[in-house]
Design a binder for this molecule. Structure first.
Ligand code: HEM
Length: 473
């Protein structure tokens, strides 16, 4: 494949352009340079790779491309150091050993155990809604996923403490990102909050320790923390409390907003494509009864599957992630020094026209025949660090959407501003998602919306296109 219109892969510019608007910056770099690009400012460089060839190099060579999700480590023996020591900051043998232990609660057999708890929370949420109301679905999904993630990780039976840990972790992850950006670009205003971050880490750690004690005293739990307490490596060693704290924090951070945004974007795209939404409701009616939704059923709905895949292609919750080079390395035309940040991006890879026809359209039917080459469709990344929670996330989404759509139709309030922005690596609906709630039987047409979401997805439906071509004729 070509390296794009300009084969010299380096753009001189402010490094801050990237954190200011990651989606815009990455799209510009891809347009200018193709599959390998770099942004350079006074000798400091961030490298970018797009598409399967270089995704493969960066994601499979874990010895050269290290993961360092939380750059602010805090002093040795600090709560911040322990909280940032989970899988996303581990490399080499340490990562392999811990990944095997952390994987246990995410096996298929464990996941089906969580489904009832998730379905209960989904029903509670939906039963609190009424036809005729307007709600911000982004806020609803964030709150709902806070309950789901707290329950999964720390137990549905310890609701209050689990929920408090969830809220505190959410805040801590955001603070890390804000302070991390300061370290990345040396912004004194942001780095001033370093001390606050360390204090907050102490508080969060104290709550997680409390939960660990609680789980130790009730060893039969099926929540993720209880299963991690039982996990052993090949030599029969378990995790220390410090290690458990790091894994719990990373799991929470990895699971909560990624799944919440995935749900919000899927609801948005369905609202904008009423014909697809109608077909999905017909599939749900044919497959499900009001009372039951089993794990097996969530896997037996082909249209639901295609809709979720397509939604995660066009508006992927994880917009980008990064690695840091452990030694000098060549990526295509670009020579990188040790310690260079390398960004890979599901958002950009998923909109490469040579991989996906009409990439900016939401076309679930493309998945009837499409099977993308390895490393081109990467909503959960790929390779040795593939998202550990991908099956759990898919089960959660495929349990939640049917529970909502069996009861209600959701339609974006006409003329809403829907902005899509990348915050802390995630593609988030930053102006909320105001939606009108109607009875499941009602019909609607796609309401017009404005906002930056139009930069990422072409919202013309097939019917509109036919209409405009008829008008033109
Ligand atoms: C739709 C929801 C989700 C999306 C889009 C998503 C996406 C991703 C992506 C792109 C990565 C790779 C990050 C990187 O390598 O830098 C990742 C890693 C990870 N995810 Fe997820 N994730 C989701 C849900 C979850 C859930 C529910 C959990 C667990 C409860 C989870 C746990 C993890 C873990 C532990 C890793 C690190 C794996 C490793 O480094 O070995 N994720 N996820």
């Amino acid at each position: 494949m070509s390296t794009g219109p300009n084969s010299f892969p380096i753009s001189q510019g402010r490094l801050l352009d990237f954190p200011d608007d990651p989606a815009d910056c990455m799209r510009r770099l891809y347009r200018q340079h193709g599959e390998v690009a770099a942004l350079e400012d006074h000798g400091q460089r961030i490298a970018f790779v797009f598409g399967p060839k270089y995704n493969h190099q960066v994601l499979s060579d874990t010895a050269t491309f290290h993961s360092r999700f939380f750059p602010i480590r805090g002093p040795r023996n600090s709560a911040q150091r322990r909280l940032t020591s989970g899988l996303l900051n581990m490399n080499g043998d340490d990562h392999k050993r811990h990944r095997r232990m952390v994987a246990a609660p995410f096996q298929r057999s464990s996941i089906s155990n969580y489904q009832d708890g998730i379905a209960d929370l989904a029903r509670q949420m939906v039963w609190s809604w009424k036809a005729g109301e307007t709600r911000d679905m982004s806020r609803e999904m964030n709150e709902y996923m806070l309950r789901v993630t707290s329950g999964l990780l720390f137990g549905f039976d310890q609701h209050d403490l689990a929920y408090q840990i969830g809220r505190a972790t959410e805040r801590w992850v955001t603070m890390n990102h804000e302070v991390g950006m300061g370290a990345f670009v040396s912004d004194p205003d942001i780095t001033a909050s370093y001390g606050t971050l360390l204090e907050y880490a102490d508080e969060l750690e104290a709550r997680i320790r409390q939960m660990i004690e609680l789980r130790r005293s009730t060893p039969a739990g099926t929540d993720v923390l209880s299963l991690l307490l039982q996990a052993r490596d090949e030599n029969g060693h378990g995790m220390t409390d410090g290690e458990l704290i790091g894994q719990a924090a990373v799991l929470f951070g990895a699971a909560h907003l990624t799944t919440a945004h995935t749900l919000t974007w899927a609801l948005f795209l369905l609202s904008q494509h009423p014909k697809v939404a109608g077909e999905l409701v017909a599939e749900l009616r044919a497959t499900l009864s009001e009372a039951s939704l089993t794990f097996e059923q969530t896997e037996q709905m082909p249209l639901l599957n295609r809709i979720v895949k397509e939604s995660m292609r066009v508006l992927p919750a994880s917009a980008y992630s990064q690695r840091i080079t452990s030694e000098p390395v060549q990526i295509g035309p670009l020579a990188l020094a040790k310690g260079t940040v390398v960004v890979f991006s599901p958002l950009i890879s998923h909109r490469m026209p040579e991989l996906f026809d009409q990439p900016e359209r939401f076309l679930p039917q493309r998945w009837e025949s499409l099977s993308p080459a390895p490393y081109s469709y990467i909503p959960f990344a790929s390779g040795p660090r593939l998202c550990l929670g991908s099956s759990l996330a898919m089960m959660t989404v495929k349990t939640t959407l049917p529970t909502i759509l069996q009861r209600f139709r959701l339609s974006v309030v006409p003329d809403s501003v829907i902005d899509a922005r990348v915050i802390a690596t995630m593609l988030a609906p930053t102006t909320g998602m105001p939606m009108q709630i109607s009875a499941a039987t009602s019909n609607y047409t796609a309401p017009p919306v404005t906002g930056t979401v139009h930069k990422l997805v072409d919202l013309r439906t097939g019917e509109e296109e036919m209409q405009s071509s008829r008008q033109a004729a």
